[in-house]
Design a protein around this ligand. Structure first.
Ligand code: COI
Length: 331
């Protein structure tokens, strides 16, 4: 049994090495992504590990079959970019890491919201210019706000706990409600109800075709004036152009975007000195009340260690037993 891992960063390397030593299973690590041109490298490997926001298309799985790959273990949770039907058709099992650290993402969402509420970006800029005046950038306190959590899986629930700790009123919506939260009466009946009541809308749901641009012009129109948006989930959930318009009109008071539709050619790349040819992204970046971060909500030592070790254990389990607890099923 031997594995090949793509997109391996230096902060992951020690975890790969210690797993390899402990398990006595060869793991070749490469820093590049899994693409059509790098695909030949998987020849002869039983398992492929990868972590990327780009696509894992149908043709990739045909090649996996040709090269004898049994399992694709992705080191993250979301599988919206994986053609699971093609994987199944080619006899390749796909595993993910459903819970590497829900708190990593939840804590980051709250961090970003607090920054928006206290205008820290504006003050950082002003202080850099030696403008030490306060007005008119008065902040807001979380305990006075209603936070609308969309998606109450592990990450959403971790976020709810943190928001409750701050004394915020928390409401939620999920197509598949959590039994405990339901007992607590946290759920509203519809997206529209959440939009009407929330001072903050925070996304913690996976991306599906049905939810593409869930937050579009119509959705923003239904929200309270001065709402804050936090997206650490998936870029495709938000119509970026509609968000920009809502920010400009003052409907949205601030947005924290850790994900962005079209991020795969931007985030985790060094584009210093290059012109980005996405006018909407460029304009969002220029807004003082928009915090763009390059998909780093997950990025903590706890999460990184779990992502590496759990994905390797999954690949090993598939190769030894034909299955793993973390197999991703087609819904
Ligand atoms: C995920 O786990 O799905 C993430 O969004 C993290 C990212 C590194 C792909």
């Amino acid at each position: 049994m031997k594995f090949i891992a793509f997109n391996v960063r230096q902060d992951e390397q020690p975890y790969f090495e210690s797993w390899e030593q402990q398990n006595q299973i060869e793991v070749k690590t490469v820093s590049g992504s899994l693409t059509n041109s790098s695909l030949k490298q998987v020849d002869g490997y039983d398992g492929v590990l990868a972590l990327q926001t780009g696509k894992y298309p149908a043709e990739m799985f045909k090649d996996f079959k040709k090269y004898g790959v049994k399992v694709l273990s992705i080191r993250n949770v979301g599988t919206d970019n994986v053609d699971l039907a093609a994987a199944e058709a080619n006899g390749v099992l796909v595993t993910n890491v459903p819970a590497y650290s829900p708190n990593a993402i939840a804590e980051f969402s709250v961090t970003q919201l607090l920054q928006l509420l206290r205008n820290t970006t504006v003050f950082r800029q002003k202080v850099a210019e030696q403008d030490f005046r306060w007005a008119p950038y008065v902040g807001k306190e979380l305990r006075n706000l209603t936070v609308g959590v969309i998606g109450t899986g592990r990450i959403g629930r971790a976020a709810i706990n943190i928001y409750r700790g701050f004394g915020a009123k928390v409401i939620a919506y999920d197509l598949y409600p959590n039994a405990q939260l339901q007992k607590e009466g946290i759920y509203v009946a519809s997206y529209d109800d959440l939009f009407a009541q929330a001072d903050v809308v925070t996304l913690h749901m996976p991306a599906t075709a049905a939810d593409h641009h869930l937050l579009n012009a119509q959705a923003f129109a239904k929200m309270k004036k001065g709402v804050y948006l936090i997206n650490t989930a998936r870029g495709t959930l938000v119509d970026s152009q509609a968000l920009l318009a809502a920010l400009k009109s003052g409907k949205v008071a601030g947005a924290a975007l850790d994900t962005y539709e079209g991020e795969s050619s931007l985030f985790n790349h060094d584009l210093r000195g290059q012109q980005i040819k996405d006018p909407v992204f460029n304009e969002l970046m220029r807004q003082p009340n928009v915090l763009v971060t390059p998909h780093i909500a997950f990025y903590t030592t706890t999460a990184v260690e779990n992502m590496v070790l759990i994905s390797l254990n999954s690949a090993k389990s598939v190769c030894k037993t034909g299955t793993a607890e973390t197999i991703v099923k087609i819904h």
